[in-house]
Design a protein around this ligand. Structure first.
Ligand SMILES: Nc1nc2c(ncn2[C@@H]2O[C@H](COP(=O)(O)OP(=O)(O)OP(=O)(O)O)[C@@H](O)[C@H]2O)c(=O)[nH]1
Length: 354
């Protein structure tokens, strides 16, 4: 679930509540016309208005569901119309009729409680006009019963609203935590756990963004630690890991933050130097080579190259989006750089000229 689908769920809940409210009002108004209490047919103006408005809004809302209708405004409008209807019909009964008033009040409370079980404001706005009308039209000794009929759902809906709000807050918090964790996992899945550099997946992701913005002026460096097998064999795998971590940091620190540094294989790294010139690319490759050399990680088995850890580098331009071609060229340059004595840099152009 995303924050959008959460919002969509809330909108759906809102729409459902509104449609239910309109439907119940329409049904109540039609029922009042077809089966009037005490056989006193009172097709009053407000009753007709309730029927027409609820039917119209129901149809309109079905057709244009995205249009928002203000629930509190609709609630008070219908509440006032029902109050007007009760006030018009009661005098037609010749004598004060308590059962009519109570049933009218209960009907309005019932509709509000069903449609607005989580919305105390809408419930109150809908019920209050009818309650006040019923209180005014009835004897004082019936007030307590009527107030009780109103207070009971108000208390129930208030408690229900508080519980629902807490549940919503909890679910909302949980959803954001899950989204955050999903993002963290996604980020982690793009990083190499030992060095913290991008892995191939991370590289792919960064490359897509890079190439979609600007597909020219990029260079690819392939770097390989010299005689690393011998290092591992003599100093052990743990020391080998430590050397990899140090070399990774040196590479990262020798380039700009917008360049992409990837652990491409075991002791092989790949750097994409973005939006640069051939001279700058070569300068950066030289800086990396020197920084790794300057780490002075002792490597007595770096056969005649040095007594510390060194890297060889192959450099090639990235032409258009042809990453495979650039890698092939850089790999050939790296192979030659190794062949020519290691701890050095060879460019694919130099290879072509040779
Ligand atoms: N410690 C450690 N070693 C690794 C890791 N990944 C690869 N290696 C080692 O890196 C070494 C790579 O050796 P080779 O590919 O033979 O190359 P090399 O010895 O560096 O020789 P050249 O590349 O020709 O200079 C192997 O011994 C691998 O076991 C790693 O994550 N940690």
């Amino acid at each position: 679930m995303t924050s959008q689908s959460w919002r969509a769920l809330r909108v759906k809940k809102y729409q459902f509540s509104l449609r239910l409210f309109l439907f119940l009002n329409l049904a109540s108004s039609l029922f009042s016309m077809l089966s009037p209490m005490h056989h006193i047919l009172a097709i009053t103006v407000p009753l007709v208005m309730i029927t027409v408005i609820s039917a119209g809004l129901l149809l309109g809302h079905w057709a244009w569901a995205e249009r928002k209708i203000n629930i509190p405004a609709i609630s008070i409008l219908f509440g006032c119309l029902w109050a007007w209807h009760v006030a018009t019909k009661t005098p037609l009964m010749h004598q004060p009729n308590f059962s009519y008033l109570v049933i009218a009040l209960l009907s309005v409370l019932f509709v509000g409680a069903i449609a607005f079980s989580n919305n105390i404001i809408a419930f109150t706005l809908h019920s209050l006009p009818v309650l006040v009308t019923c209180l005014l039209l009835s004897d004082g000794d019936q007030w307590l019963r009527m107030l009780y009929c109103f207070a009971l759902p108000v208390i129930g809906i208030t408690i229900q609203s508080v519980i629902q709000k807490r549940y919503d807050n909890f679910a909302h918090g949980l959803m954001y935590k899950l989204l955050e964790e999903r993002q963290t996992l996604n980020d982690l899945s793009m990083l190499d756990p030992l060095t913290g550099l991008y892995n191939r997946r991370g590289l792919q992701n960064r490359l897509e963004t890079l190439l979609s913005l600007d597909a020219s002026g990029h260079y690819v460096l392939l770097l390989d630690i010299d005689y690393f097998k011998a290092y591992n064999d003599h100093y052990g795998h743990m020391m080998g890991d430590q050397a990899l971590i140090q070399v990774s940091a040196a590479i990262r620190n020798a380039v700009r933050s917008r360049d992409i540094v990837t652990r491409y294989g075991g002791e092989e790294f790949m750097v994409v130097l973005t939006s640069t010139t051939p001279e700058m690319a070569l300068e950066t490759a030289e800086r990396i080579r020197q920084r790794v050399y300057d780490l002075k990680i002792s490597h007595m088995f770096n056969h005649s190259v040095a007594t510390n850890v060194t890297v060889s580098i192959g450099l090639a331009p990235l032409l258009g989006e042809d990453m495979e071609g650039a890698l092939e060229q850089a790999d050939k340059a790296l192979y030659e750089a190794k062949h020519l004595g290691r701890n050095n840099i060879l460019t694919s152009e130099a290879l072509q000229k040779a």
